[in-house]
Design a protein around this ligand. Structure first.
Ligand SMILES: Nc1ncnc2c1ncn2[C@@H]1O[C@H](COP(=O)(O)OP(=O)(O)OP(=O)(O)O)[C@@H](O)[C@H]1O
Ligand SMILES: [Mg+2]
Length: 364
Protein backbone atom coordinates (compact mmCIF):
# COMPACT_ATOMS: atom_id res chain seq x y z
CA UNK A 1 0.00 0.00 0.00
CA UNK A 2 1.35 3.44 -0.80
CA UNK A 3 1.70 6.17 1.80
CA UNK A 4 -0.92 8.29 0.07
CA UNK A 5 -3.56 5.66 0.70
CA UNK A 6 -3.13 6.03 4.44
CA UNK A 7 -4.96 9.32 4.54
CA UNK A 8 -7.95 7.71 2.88
CA UNK A 9 -8.35 5.01 5.51
CA UNK A 10 -11.02 5.72 8.13
CA UNK A 11 -9.95 7.38 11.36
CA UNK A 12 -12.28 5.38 13.52
CA UNK A 13 -12.02 1.62 13.85
CA UNK A 14 -14.27 -0.31 11.51
CA UNK A 15 -17.14 -2.28 12.93
CA UNK A 16 -17.22 -5.93 11.97
CA UNK A 17 -20.22 -7.61 10.40
CA UNK A 18 -21.75 -8.52 13.75
CA UNK A 19 -21.33 -4.97 15.01
CA UNK A 20 -18.57 -5.57 17.56
CA UNK A 21 -15.53 -3.30 17.60
CA UNK A 22 -12.18 -4.87 16.76
CA UNK A 23 -9.81 -5.76 19.59
CA UNK A 24 -6.84 -4.23 17.81
CA UNK A 25 -7.23 -1.71 15.06
CA UNK A 26 -4.09 -0.74 13.19
CA UNK A 27 -3.87 2.00 10.54
CA UNK A 28 -0.84 3.02 8.50
CA UNK A 29 1.56 1.70 11.14
CA UNK A 30 5.30 2.13 10.64
CA UNK A 31 8.37 1.10 12.56
CA UNK A 32 11.61 2.40 11.13
CA UNK A 33 14.93 1.62 12.81
CA UNK A 34 17.89 3.89 12.18
CA UNK A 35 18.95 7.54 12.08
CA UNK A 36 16.15 10.12 11.79
CA UNK A 37 13.67 7.29 11.45
CA UNK A 38 10.59 9.48 11.82
CA UNK A 39 11.34 11.30 8.57
CA UNK A 40 10.85 8.14 6.53
CA UNK A 41 7.08 7.35 6.74
CA UNK A 42 5.24 9.26 4.03
CA UNK A 43 8.47 10.53 2.41
CA UNK A 44 9.83 9.69 -1.03
CA UNK A 45 12.32 7.31 0.58
CA UNK A 46 9.42 5.28 1.94
CA UNK A 47 8.84 3.99 -1.58
CA UNK A 48 12.36 2.59 -1.87
CA UNK A 49 13.06 -1.12 -1.65
CA UNK A 50 14.36 -2.35 1.70
CA UNK A 51 17.85 -2.66 0.25
CA UNK A 52 17.89 0.84 -1.27
CA UNK A 53 16.42 2.41 1.83
CA UNK A 54 19.17 0.85 3.91
CA UNK A 55 21.99 1.94 1.64
CA UNK A 56 20.69 5.51 1.15
CA UNK A 57 19.51 6.35 4.66
CA UNK A 58 20.89 3.65 6.96
CA UNK A 59 17.32 2.91 8.02
CA UNK A 60 15.34 -0.32 8.10
CA UNK A 61 11.57 -0.14 7.69
CA UNK A 62 10.73 -3.21 9.78
CA UNK A 63 7.00 -2.39 9.60
CA UNK A 64 5.83 -0.49 6.57
CA UNK A 65 2.43 1.18 6.38
CA UNK A 66 0.48 -1.73 7.81
CA UNK A 67 -3.31 -1.65 8.39
CA UNK A 68 -5.58 -4.36 9.76
CA UNK A 69 -8.20 -5.15 12.39
CA UNK A 70 -8.19 -8.11 14.76
CA UNK A 71 -11.74 -9.16 15.59
CA UNK A 72 -12.81 -10.48 18.99
CA UNK A 73 -12.41 -14.25 19.24
CA UNK A 74 -10.37 -14.71 16.09
CA UNK A 75 -6.97 -16.33 15.67
CA UNK A 76 -5.06 -13.79 13.63
CA UNK A 77 -1.84 -15.20 12.22
CA UNK A 78 1.11 -13.09 11.13
CA UNK A 79 3.26 -15.08 8.75
CA UNK A 80 6.38 -14.31 6.77
CA UNK A 81 10.00 -15.24 6.27
CA UNK A 82 12.71 -14.37 8.76
CA UNK A 83 13.23 -10.61 8.91
CA UNK A 84 9.89 -9.73 7.32
CA UNK A 85 8.84 -7.74 10.40
CA UNK A 86 6.56 -10.10 12.32
CA UNK A 87 8.06 -9.66 15.78
CA UNK A 88 8.43 -5.93 15.36
CA UNK A 89 4.79 -5.61 14.32
CA UNK A 90 3.43 -7.61 17.25
CA UNK A 91 5.70 -5.86 19.74
CA UNK A 92 4.40 -2.53 18.45
CA UNK A 93 0.87 -3.55 19.47
CA UNK A 94 1.69 -3.15 23.16
CA UNK A 95 4.46 -0.64 22.48
CA UNK A 96 7.22 -2.96 23.64
CA UNK A 97 8.62 -1.39 20.50
CA UNK A 98 7.54 2.21 19.96
CA UNK A 99 5.94 2.66 16.52
CA UNK A 100 7.37 5.43 14.32
CA UNK A 101 4.07 6.51 12.77
CA UNK A 102 0.45 5.47 12.36
CA UNK A 103 -2.60 4.76 14.46
CA UNK A 104 -3.23 1.95 16.87
CA UNK A 105 -6.11 1.22 19.22
CA UNK A 106 -7.31 -1.56 21.49
CA UNK A 107 -11.08 -1.80 22.02
CA UNK A 108 -11.36 1.67 20.54
CA UNK A 109 -8.84 3.15 23.00
CA UNK A 110 -5.84 4.92 21.46
CA UNK A 111 -2.73 2.94 22.43
CA UNK A 112 -0.23 5.53 21.21
CA UNK A 113 -1.76 8.12 23.54
CA UNK A 114 -1.57 5.90 26.63
CA UNK A 115 0.50 7.15 29.57
CA UNK A 116 2.85 4.86 31.52
CA UNK A 117 0.15 3.59 33.86
CA UNK A 118 -2.33 2.69 31.19
CA UNK A 119 0.39 1.04 29.16
CA UNK A 120 1.45 -1.03 32.15
CA UNK A 121 -2.16 -1.99 32.66
CA UNK A 122 -2.42 -2.99 28.99
CA UNK A 123 0.62 -5.28 29.23
CA UNK A 124 -0.26 -6.80 32.60
CA UNK A 125 -3.98 -7.36 32.22
CA UNK A 126 -5.16 -7.09 28.64
CA UNK A 127 -2.50 -8.57 26.36
CA UNK A 128 -0.19 -11.41 27.44
CA UNK A 129 2.73 -12.65 25.40
CA UNK A 130 4.09 -16.18 24.90
CA UNK A 131 7.68 -16.16 23.65
CA UNK A 132 9.71 -18.53 21.51
CA UNK A 133 12.31 -19.20 24.20
CA UNK A 134 9.76 -19.55 26.97
CA UNK A 135 11.24 -16.76 29.13
CA UNK A 136 10.79 -18.70 32.36
CA UNK A 137 12.41 -17.89 35.70
CA UNK A 138 14.91 -20.75 36.25
CA UNK A 139 14.94 -20.74 40.05
CA UNK A 140 11.22 -20.78 40.50
CA UNK A 141 8.89 -23.74 40.51
CA UNK A 142 6.40 -24.34 37.70
CA UNK A 143 3.62 -23.09 39.93
CA UNK A 144 5.42 -19.87 40.83
CA UNK A 145 6.36 -19.27 37.20
CA UNK A 146 2.72 -19.59 36.23
CA UNK A 147 1.72 -17.27 39.09
CA UNK A 148 4.34 -14.70 38.14
CA UNK A 149 2.06 -12.41 36.13
CA UNK A 150 -0.43 -12.37 38.98
CA UNK A 151 2.34 -11.55 41.43
CA UNK A 152 3.26 -8.53 39.33
CA UNK A 153 -0.36 -7.51 39.38
CA UNK A 154 -0.21 -7.54 43.19
CA UNK A 155 -2.53 -10.52 43.68
CA UNK A 156 -2.08 -12.19 47.13
CA UNK A 157 -0.15 -15.43 47.46
CA UNK A 158 -3.03 -17.77 48.26
CA UNK A 159 -5.19 -16.43 45.47
CA UNK A 160 -2.49 -16.49 42.82
CA UNK A 161 -1.44 -20.04 43.71
CA UNK A 162 -5.04 -21.19 43.49
CA UNK A 163 -5.43 -19.54 40.11
CA UNK A 164 -2.06 -20.91 38.93
CA UNK A 165 -3.03 -24.44 39.99
CA UNK A 166 -6.21 -24.14 37.96
CA UNK A 167 -4.32 -23.07 34.82
CA UNK A 168 -1.60 -25.70 35.33
CA UNK A 169 -4.31 -28.31 35.12
CA UNK A 170 -5.82 -26.67 32.04
CA UNK A 171 -2.57 -26.97 30.06
CA UNK A 172 -1.84 -30.53 31.19
CA UNK A 173 1.00 -29.97 33.67
CA UNK A 174 -0.63 -31.52 36.72
CA UNK A 175 1.96 -33.30 38.87
CA UNK A 176 4.85 -31.11 37.72
CA UNK A 177 3.99 -28.04 39.84
CA UNK A 178 7.08 -28.24 42.05
CA UNK A 179 9.66 -28.80 39.34
CA UNK A 180 12.01 -26.12 38.11
CA UNK A 181 11.98 -25.22 34.37
CA UNK A 182 15.35 -26.97 33.89
CA UNK A 183 13.71 -30.25 34.90
CA UNK A 184 11.15 -30.05 32.11
CA UNK A 185 11.20 -30.94 28.41
CA UNK A 186 10.92 -28.16 25.83
CA UNK A 187 7.24 -28.89 25.24
CA UNK A 188 6.52 -28.84 28.96
CA UNK A 189 8.41 -25.56 29.36
CA UNK A 190 6.31 -24.01 26.64
CA UNK A 191 3.18 -25.23 28.40
CA UNK A 192 4.41 -23.29 31.44
CA UNK A 193 4.87 -20.22 29.23
CA UNK A 194 1.36 -20.67 27.92
CA UNK A 195 -0.05 -21.19 31.41
CA UNK A 196 1.69 -18.07 32.67
CA UNK A 197 0.08 -16.01 29.92
CA UNK A 198 -3.33 -17.57 30.53
CA UNK A 199 -3.17 -17.06 34.31
CA UNK A 200 -3.67 -13.32 34.03
CA UNK A 201 -6.83 -13.98 31.99
CA UNK A 202 -5.87 -11.55 29.23
CA UNK A 203 -8.28 -10.34 26.62
CA UNK A 204 -5.77 -11.21 23.91
CA UNK A 205 -2.89 -13.67 23.77
CA UNK A 206 0.13 -12.78 21.64
CA UNK A 207 2.36 -15.63 20.50
CA UNK A 208 5.76 -14.95 18.95
CA UNK A 209 6.79 -18.21 17.25
CA UNK A 210 6.13 -20.11 20.46
CA UNK A 211 6.67 -23.57 19.03
CA UNK A 212 9.55 -23.11 16.63
CA UNK A 213 12.08 -24.48 19.14
CA UNK A 214 10.08 -27.69 19.57
CA UNK A 215 10.45 -30.88 17.57
CA UNK A 216 7.66 -31.62 15.07
CA UNK A 217 5.58 -34.05 17.14
CA UNK A 218 5.57 -31.89 20.25
CA UNK A 219 4.91 -28.90 18.08
CA UNK A 220 1.83 -30.62 16.69
CA UNK A 221 0.74 -31.38 20.24
CA UNK A 222 1.06 -27.74 21.24
CA UNK A 223 -0.87 -26.60 18.17
CA UNK A 224 -3.68 -28.94 19.16
CA UNK A 225 -3.48 -27.46 22.64
CA UNK A 226 -3.90 -23.94 21.30
CA UNK A 227 -6.80 -25.03 19.08
CA UNK A 228 -8.45 -26.74 22.05
CA UNK A 229 -7.97 -23.71 24.31
CA UNK A 230 -9.33 -21.46 21.65
CA UNK A 231 -12.37 -23.66 21.13
CA UNK A 232 -13.05 -23.76 24.87
CA UNK A 233 -12.45 -20.11 25.67
CA UNK A 234 -12.82 -18.20 22.42
CA UNK A 235 -9.99 -15.92 23.44
CA UNK A 236 -8.58 -13.57 20.81
CA UNK A 237 -5.13 -14.67 19.67
CA UNK A 238 -2.43 -13.14 17.53
CA UNK A 239 -0.01 -15.83 16.46
CA UNK A 240 3.31 -15.29 14.69
CA UNK A 241 4.82 -18.08 12.68
CA UNK A 242 6.99 -18.60 9.63
CA UNK A 243 5.53 -22.08 9.18
CA UNK A 244 2.80 -22.14 6.56
CA UNK A 245 1.17 -25.37 7.71
CA UNK A 246 0.99 -23.98 11.26
CA UNK A 247 -0.55 -20.78 9.91
CA UNK A 248 -3.15 -22.68 7.91
CA UNK A 249 -4.00 -24.97 10.79
CA UNK A 250 -4.45 -22.23 13.39
CA UNK A 251 -5.45 -19.08 11.57
CA UNK A 252 -8.94 -17.73 11.02
CA UNK A 253 -7.15 -15.11 8.98
CA UNK A 254 -3.54 -14.81 7.93
CA UNK A 255 -1.55 -11.64 7.28
CA UNK A 256 1.37 -12.49 5.03
CA UNK A 257 4.32 -10.12 5.48
CA UNK A 258 7.18 -9.31 3.21
CA UNK A 259 9.80 -6.59 3.79
CA UNK A 260 7.67 -5.00 6.53
CA UNK A 261 4.46 -4.77 4.50
CA UNK A 262 1.39 -7.00 4.40
CA UNK A 263 1.23 -8.52 0.92
CA UNK A 264 -2.02 -10.37 1.53
CA UNK A 265 -4.55 -10.60 4.34
CA UNK A 266 -7.25 -13.24 4.14
CA UNK A 267 -8.60 -16.57 5.26
CA UNK A 268 -6.41 -19.61 4.63
CA UNK A 269 -8.77 -20.52 1.80
CA UNK A 270 -8.51 -17.09 0.17
CA UNK A 271 -4.73 -17.13 0.36
CA UNK A 272 -4.39 -20.63 -1.06
CA UNK A 273 -7.10 -20.19 -3.68
CA UNK A 274 -6.33 -16.65 -4.86
CA UNK A 275 -2.77 -15.64 -4.02
CA UNK A 276 -2.34 -11.88 -4.38
CA UNK A 277 0.94 -12.09 -6.29
CA UNK A 278 3.76 -14.40 -7.36
CA UNK A 279 5.40 -14.17 -3.96
CA UNK A 280 2.30 -15.52 -2.22
CA UNK A 281 1.73 -18.06 -5.00
CA UNK A 282 5.23 -19.36 -4.43
CA UNK A 283 4.61 -19.51 -0.71
CA UNK A 284 1.48 -21.65 -0.97
CA UNK A 285 2.48 -23.77 -3.97
CA UNK A 286 2.96 -26.99 -2.04
CA UNK A 287 -0.12 -26.69 0.16
CA UNK A 288 -2.50 -29.64 -0.18
CA UNK A 289 -5.40 -27.60 -1.54
CA UNK A 290 -8.06 -30.12 -0.62
CA UNK A 291 -7.26 -29.57 3.06
CA UNK A 292 -7.93 -25.83 2.81
CA UNK A 293 -10.52 -25.28 0.09
CA UNK A 294 -14.08 -25.74 1.28
CA UNK A 295 -16.99 -27.29 -0.61
CA UNK A 296 -18.70 -23.90 -0.69
CA UNK A 297 -15.95 -22.90 -3.11
CA UNK A 298 -15.88 -26.20 -5.03
CA UNK A 299 -19.62 -26.84 -5.46
CA UNK A 300 -21.79 -26.46 -8.56
CA UNK A 301 -25.59 -25.99 -8.78
CA UNK A 302 -27.65 -29.13 -8.16
CA UNK A 303 -29.39 -30.69 -11.15
CA UNK A 304 -32.56 -32.80 -11.20
CA UNK A 305 -33.07 -34.78 -8.01
CA UNK A 306 -29.49 -34.15 -6.79
CA UNK A 307 -30.86 -31.48 -4.42
CA UNK A 308 -32.85 -34.03 -2.47
CA UNK A 309 -30.88 -37.28 -2.78
CA UNK A 310 -27.67 -38.57 -1.28
CA UNK A 311 -25.14 -37.73 1.40
CA UNK A 312 -24.73 -34.17 2.60
CA UNK A 313 -22.08 -31.94 4.19
CA UNK A 314 -21.99 -28.38 5.58
CA UNK A 315 -20.55 -25.60 3.37
CA UNK A 316 -17.50 -25.10 5.61
CA UNK A 317 -16.35 -28.70 5.22
CA UNK A 318 -13.03 -29.10 3.39
CA UNK A 319 -12.76 -30.89 0.08
CA UNK A 320 -10.60 -33.55 1.78
CA UNK A 321 -13.46 -34.32 4.16
CA UNK A 322 -16.01 -34.30 1.35
CA UNK A 323 -13.86 -36.77 -0.63
CA UNK A 324 -14.20 -39.20 2.25
CA UNK A 325 -17.99 -38.77 2.24
CA UNK A 326 -18.15 -39.14 -1.55
CA UNK A 327 -15.97 -42.26 -1.43
CA UNK A 328 -18.34 -43.89 1.04
CA UNK A 329 -21.60 -42.84 -0.64
CA UNK A 330 -20.49 -43.30 -4.23
CA UNK A 331 -22.50 -40.37 -5.61
CA UNK A 332 -22.42 -36.57 -5.59
CA UNK A 333 -22.52 -34.97 -2.15
CA UNK A 334 -25.06 -32.26 -1.37
CA UNK A 335 -23.88 -29.06 0.32
CA UNK A 336 -26.53 -28.15 2.86
CA UNK A 337 -26.80 -24.86 4.73
CA UNK A 338 -29.53 -24.84 7.37
CA UNK A 339 -31.99 -27.17 5.72
CA UNK A 340 -31.39 -25.92 2.20
CA UNK A 341 -29.28 -27.59 -0.48
CA UNK A 342 -27.08 -24.80 -1.91
CA UNK A 343 -25.11 -26.97 -4.35
CA UNK A 344 -23.40 -30.29 -4.92
CA UNK A 345 -19.85 -31.55 -5.23
CA UNK A 346 -19.33 -34.53 -7.49
CA UNK A 347 -16.17 -36.56 -8.05
CA UNK A 348 -15.06 -34.32 -10.90
CA UNK A 349 -15.37 -31.17 -8.80
CA UNK A 350 -13.52 -32.71 -5.88
CA UNK A 351 -10.70 -34.05 -8.03
CA UNK A 352 -10.36 -30.70 -9.80
CA UNK A 353 -9.53 -29.05 -6.46
CA UNK A 354 -6.88 -31.69 -5.69
CA UNK A 355 -5.39 -31.24 -9.16
CA UNK A 356 -5.52 -27.44 -8.93
CA UNK A 357 -7.47 -27.11 -12.20
CA UNK A 358 -10.89 -25.82 -13.15
CA UNK A 359 -13.49 -28.60 -13.33
CA UNK A 360 -14.42 -29.61 -16.88
CA UNK A 361 -11.83 -27.44 -18.64
CA UNK A 362 -9.74 -29.51 -21.02
CA UNK A 363 -6.29 -28.05 -21.75
CA UNK A 364 -5.82 -27.09 -25.41
N1 LIG B 1 16.46 -3.00 17.08
C1 LIG B 1 16.62 -3.09 15.77
N2 LIG B 1 17.45 -2.25 15.12
C2 LIG B 1 17.61 -2.29 13.78
N3 LIG B 1 16.96 -3.16 12.99
C3 LIG B 1 16.13 -4.02 13.58
C4 LIG B 1 15.91 -4.04 14.99
N4 LIG B 1 15.01 -5.03 15.27
C5 LIG B 1 14.71 -5.58 14.10
N5 LIG B 1 15.36 -4.98 13.07
C6 LIG B 1 15.26 -5.32 11.65
O1 LIG B 1 13.88 -5.23 11.29
C7 LIG B 1 13.54 -6.26 10.38
C8 LIG B 1 12.38 -7.07 10.93
O2 LIG B 1 12.80 -7.76 12.09
P1 LIG B 1 11.82 -8.72 12.92
O3 LIG B 1 12.55 -9.20 14.11
O4 LIG B 1 10.54 -8.02 13.16
O5 LIG B 1 11.59 -9.89 11.87
P2 LIG B 1 10.81 -11.29 12.04
O6 LIG B 1 9.86 -11.38 10.92
O7 LIG B 1 10.27 -11.39 13.42
O8 LIG B 1 12.00 -12.34 11.81
P3 LIG B 1 12.24 -13.78 12.51
O9 LIG B 1 11.33 -14.74 11.81
O10 LIG B 1 13.69 -14.06 12.19
O11 LIG B 1 11.97 -13.66 13.97
C9 LIG B 1 14.81 -7.07 10.16
O12 LIG B 1 15.41 -6.62 8.98
C10 LIG B 1 15.66 -6.74 11.36
O13 LIG B 1 17.02 -6.85 11.05
MG1 LIG C 1 10.65 -12.72 15.02
Amino acid sequence: MSATMVSKTPDSPEKSENGTAPVFSVRGLWKVFGPKADRIPGSAEAELSAEELRSRTGCTAAVRDVSFDVQPGEVFVVMGLSGSGKSTLVRCLTRLIEPTAGELSIDGEDVLGMDKNRLRNLRRHRAAMVFQHFGLLPHRSVLDNVAYGLEIQGVGKAERRAKAAEVVEKVGLTGLERRRPGQLSGGQQQRVGLARALAVDPEVLLFDEPFSALDPLIRRDMQEEVIRLHREEGRTMIFITHDLSEALRLGDRIALMRDGGIVQLGTPEEIVDSPADDYVRDFVRDVPREQVITVRKAMRPAEGDEATDGASVAPGVTVAEAIEVAARSGGPVRVVEGSQCIGVVDHQRLLAVVAGVEAGVVPA
